[in-house]
Design a protein around this ligand. Structure first.
Ligand SMILES: Nc1ncnc2c1ncn2[C@@H]1O[C@H](COP(=O)(O)OP(=O)(O)OP(=O)(O)O)[C@@H](O)[C@H]1O
Ligand SMILES: [Mg+2]
Length: 228
């Protein structure tokens, strides 16, 4: 079967309303299908709901209504243990601000998700070595993240996201804090790593450069009822 034919993510009529003093309809009528191994870029103006959509896909935000099937499982219906497992094993998240643990070394940051997933030490070390070699950050293994440049920290964040070989990686503005040249390096690494591991990659970004490294680009707008 062609990798493009197998759907890993299917989103049906997704609605998310942030409740508070003011109610904000962040997402409405979103239908989205993503193929296994596809590299997808989500573009769209600020406030259009890109982060909200990624957080719903990551299982860290429960949408107000709709359905999200990942590998044919409805992730909104998962119980707490299944949710924790989903976040640890099925999705890797990359943020604009790297989100590395400042008190841990690069090596410890990368190994942490593998410890949560109860991977044996030998496997952890082997995979950490492989990831850091691919990402050309092996010389920083014993450093704390603060001593690394933004681009280097983001490459560590990519390694953290890929630590458990998740089938899906979600990246939210991964180059938002990084200069244009370094951004290209980040996208190249991210795209290549996902190809190597067969990972489905979804990047939310304003950056037109991101699309150069993707198979497909979609544009989120505030218009209701979109099929993407
Ligand atoms: N925690 C929250 N509470 C209330 N409203 C929120 C919250 N997070 C986001 N929103 C609102 O939901 C809408 C979508 O926000 P979201 O952050 O998903 O947009 P975005 O497309 O990621 O924007 P940007 O490109 O600036 O990152 C916006 O109107 C925003 O103000
Ligand atoms: Mg955002």
């Amino acid at each position: 079967m062609n990798k493009k034919e197998k759907k890993i993510i299917q989103v049906f009529d997704l609605l998310h309303v942030y409740k508070g003093k003011v109610e904000t309809i962040a997402l409405s009528g979103i239908n989205l299908s993503v193929s296994k191994g596809e590299r997808l870029v989500i573009r769209g103006k600020s406030g259009v709901g890109k982060t909200t959509l990624l957080h719903c896909l990551a299982g860290i935000l429960k949408p107000t209504a709709g359905k999200i099937l990942v590998e044919s499982r409805d992730i909104i219906e998962l119980n707490e243990d299944q949710q924790a497992d989903y976040r640890c094993q099925t999705v890797g998240l990359i943020y604009q601000s790297y989100n590395l643990a400042p008190f841990l070394t690069v090596k410890e940051n990368i190994e942490f998700p593998m410890i949560l997933a109860k991977k044996p030490e030998e496997k952890r070390e082997k995979h950490t070595d492989e990831l850091t070699e691919f990402l050309e950050i092996e010389r920083y293994l014993d450093q704390k993240p603060e001593y690394l440049s933004g681009g280097e920290q983001q490459r560590v964040a990519i390694a953290v996201a890929l630590a458990n070989n998740p089938p899906i990686v979600l990246a939210d503005e991964p180059t938002g804090n990084i200069d244009v040249e370094t951004s290209q390096i980040i996208y190249e690494h991210l795209s290549r790593m996902c190809q190597v591991y067969g990972t489905t990659l979804i990047i939310a970004s304003h950056d037109p450069d991101a699309s150069k490294y993707a198979d497909r680009e979609i544009m989120l707008t505030k218009l209701q009822s979109r099929s993407l």
